[in-house]
Design a protein around this ligand. Structure first.
Ligand code: ATP
Ligand code: MG
Length: 456
């Protein structure tokens, strides 16, 4: 990266910059880095984003790209989503674009749509931490109000990290840096804007964002942020479970899950999200190994554009505590291994949902996937063969193969299930050692067995 960011050269080229609507809050002027002195190329931006910027600019408004897309362009990471910041109000934006929809009630944003791509256009917002406004925070310092339009030099201070606070000006292709973001990107450091403790109290999710960006960008979390996290991590308990589910998806389905997991544990954050899993991880190194193998596998899938589902990873996370609780259930009452796994995973996913709002459409199949695991040990007879047709076979099979990969399931048995999938119907009958039995005999035999009381 050295030489790409020619920041030193322009250190003295501070702009004489005054904003028309400049408020009374922070007054620091930005460093304006001209096009010749930075490496942010328009080639990194989508045509649609550029169209939005040009039209706003031509209509007399300020128009900037901001946040992750500028950061990623500077790191040549090919940004995929684009946030535009402007001094045009949402209504003014809508008047310029027929393909525009306003969303959000409290703070309105414009979504400009081009096919499947959506460019988000936000009007500059003032920071919520005006000293003359004590109603913007709750008792713990969390932001409860953040809905005042402002100017760019107010907008910048409400952003989380310095690397996320750079603005790319379409008027002259310069980059505006109020916070030292360019320098921190060069140093590969995650630094919070302002007082770290205060910023984490305002929004505890920023702790997870720090880890997520450190993992994705291969940055170091600045010591000041590390200290504040150590102090403020219990505040994650106050974050709504629905928001944590969104964050969970971003952390574990963006291709950097394994590193994110390691960092979350390193900073004592994983236990705030998955308490039962964390407890088991701390006791059982083989469970850590299994989880990391699953995350590595997920990262590989994401990078090669294969689909991933949260139900699989949630099953992986709950596997350790589920197995343990299932064993307790079996020692206390008579149940099959599958039944005990199903019951234990039901109880644990219920507990887990209090922290992270995992929709039922993921927890229900996840339980089936775990409860099917003992059935892979059965390789003889019709019931064993039927497993191939189970609607959760594929997920349960992938799960079992992963266990086998880390030596936690018999590899010969795993091989049998891999091979048998490629067999014809006749070959399968042989593999499962099914002898040709008249169907009438089979039906009679089945009736003789009473149904267990708790089967559904
Ligand atoms: P990525 O898209 O790679 O996840 P991003 O930086 O674009 O990264 P977004 O969640 O898309 O992240 O947010 C866009 C921008 O909005 C951020 O760069 C940051 O400036 C600001 N932002 C988002 N979430 C917060 C937050 N919780 N607190 C303060 N600022 C935030
Ligand atoms: Mg983004």
């Amino acid at each position: 990266m050295q030489g790409l960011l020619l920041y030193g050269r322009i250190a003295n080229a501070q702009a004489e910059f005054r904003l028309k609507n400049s408020g009374t809050t922070k007054s620091a002027a930005p460093k304006i880095i001209p096009r010749a002195a930075h490496n942010v190329s328009r080639d990194e931006f989508s045509k649609s984003a550029l169209k939005v910027l040009y039209r706003l600019h031509k209509s007399g408004y300020q128009a900037f790209l901001v946040g992750g897309c500028v950061r990623d362009a500077m790191l040549v990471l090919h940004p995929k989503d684009f946030d535009v910041a402007t001094n045009a109000t949402p209504d003014e934006v809508r008047a310029l674009f027929s393909n525009c929809r306003l969303i959000g009630r409290r703070f309105r944003l414009a979504h400009v749509r081009f096919g499947r791509e959506i460019i988000e256009v936000a009007t500059f917002r003032a920071a919520a931490n005006h000293s003359d406004d004590d109603h913007a925070h709750d008792d713990e310092g969390r932001i409860v109000r953040d809905n005042v339009y402002g100017s760019i030099d107010e907008d910048v201070w409400r952003r989380d990290f310095t690397c996320n606070s750079l603005y790319y000006n379409i008027a002259d292709f310069s980059v505006w840096d109020y916070t030292g973001g360019v320098e921190h990107i060069e140093q590969r450091h995650i630094v919070l804007i302002g007082d770290p403790d205060k910023r984490l109290r305002e929004d505890p999710v920023r702790m997870l964002r720090a880890v997520r960006f450190a993992a994705k960008l291969d940055f170091t979390i600045d010591e000041t942020v590390v200290k504040a996290i150590a102090q403020d991590r219990p505040l994650l308990a106050n974050v709504p479970a629905a928001r944590l589910f969104d964050e969970f998806l971003k952390m574990f389905q963006s291709g950097f899950a394994e590193r994110t997991f390691d960092l979350l544990r390193e900073h004592g954050l994983f236990g705030m999200l998955f308490p039962a899993t964390d407890e088991q991880l701390n006791k059982d190194e083989s469970f850590v190994e299994f989880v990391r193998a699953a995350l590595r596998n997920t990262d590989r899938r994401v990078k090669s554009d294969h689909s991933v589902t949260p139900m699989f990873l949630i099953g992986v996370f709950l596997w350790g505590p589920t197995r343990k609780l299932a064993a307790v259930h079996r020692s206390e009452q008579k149940m099959s291994e599958s039944q005990s796994l199903s019951l234990a995973s039901y109880e644990l996913s219920g507990q887990q949902q209090k922290r992270i709002a995992i929709p039922r459409r993921f927890t229900a199949p996840m339980r089936e996937m775990l409860a099917l695991q003992p059935r892979f040990m059965q390789m003889r007879g019709k019931k064993a063969m039927k497993l191939l047709e189970h609607r959760r076979f594929r997920a349960a099979y992938d799960f079992m193969v992963l266990l086998a990969e880390v030596g936690q399931f018999d590899s010969e048995t795993a091989k049998f299930w891999t091979e048998v999938q490629g067999h014809s119907a006749e070959e399968r009958a042989t593999s499962f050692q099914i002898d040709a039995q008249p169907s009438s005999q089979r039906r009679r035999r089945r009736r003789r067995r009473p149904k267990p009381a708790n089967s559904s």
